[in-house]
Design a binder for this molecule. Structure first.
Ligand code: ADP
Ligand code: ADP
Length: 229
């Protein structure tokens, strides 16, 4: 589960220059891919097309050999988890925010699942205890805490493919490291596309895709790219 192929994909937001021009690449299932390159190059657009926030204007995107336009939105969302750069939470409890969208789950079910997945301390890991904070409201959380809730939500959903836009925002280094551990755990054995800013993320990726002016200008493992340079 989770192989991703872009076949000759182009996309323009408006009549000005295209954001992606005839991009082709294949990501084997389970691989972690770091999308790197200058701002405005097209990295986020790749994630948006894969999640069908927008549809390709030419070319195709395949997940496990199937054109994503032939798959229902529901099935696509079950297969692809997104951890956004800036998580917006509901002004409701952490549990509510974690189970958001799953109308059949109760707080008790979500709590139990979070414990079983060891999300309660390893991911959420609030210093003063998960148990005392699951009832806390989303709006009261800090940026780093919100991001952990978003990660917890995605882990519980257990999708084979994960998309994440790595925040460059000023998280303190301890929080940042904790979030990185949580992400590393989450992305194990899952196909992951990450818009990468941190060197550690780039170096640890199985594959690096350099995106510039809407094109793939380089692709390879970091050893391969160093050799080329
Ligand atoms: P990156 O993630 O590499 O910074 P993006 O994919 O966000 O790049 O942007 C690619 C190009 O598309 C840029 O020229 C950017 O200005 C443009 N773009 C991105 N989002 C939008 C949008 N919502 N509307 C119009 N143009 C956009
Ligand atoms: P529906 O179309 O029935 O409303 P959704 O497409 O919203 O269902 O949700 C499909 C799956 O994705 C559910 O398991 C839900 O929990 C999960 N989900 C929905 N929205 C989000 C989100 N923003 N972040 C993480 N998971 C979500």
């Amino acid at each position: 589960h989770g192989a991703v192929t872009f076949e000759d994909v182009s996309f323009s937001y408006d009549s000005r220059q295209p954001a992606l021009r005839n991009i082709s690449f294949t990501i084997p299932k389970g691989a972690t891919v770091a999308l790197v390159g200058p701002s405005g190059g097209g990295k986020s657009t790749i994630l948006r097309l894969l999640f069908r926030f927008y549809d390709v204007q030419s070319g195709r995107i395949l997940v496990d050999g199937q054109d994503i336009r032939s798959v229902t939105q529901l099935s696509l969302r079950r297969n692809i988890g997104v951890v956004p750069q800036d998580t917006v939470l509901f002004n409701d409890t952490i549990l509510y925010n974690i189970r958001y969208g799953d109308v059949h789950a109760t707080d008790a079910m979500v709590y139990k699942a979070a414990k079983a997945a060891q999300i309660h301390d390893r991911v959420l890991g609030f210093p003063d205890g998960y148990d005392t904070r699951v009832g806390e409201r989303g709006l009261r959380l800090s940026g780093g805490e919100k991001q952990r809730v978003a990660i917890a939500r995605t882990i519980l959903k257990n999708p084979p493919i994960i998309l994440l836009d790595e925040a460059t925002s000023a998280l303190d280094t301890t929080t940042e490291r904790q979030i990185q551990y949580a992400l590393a755990e989450m992305t194990q054995d899952r196909t992951t596309l990450v818009v990468a800013h941190r060197l550690s993320t780039i170096v640890n990726a199985d594959l690096i895709l350099c995106i510039q002016d809407g094109q793939v200008v380089e692709m390879g493992t970091h050893e391969e790219l160093i050799r080329i340079a």
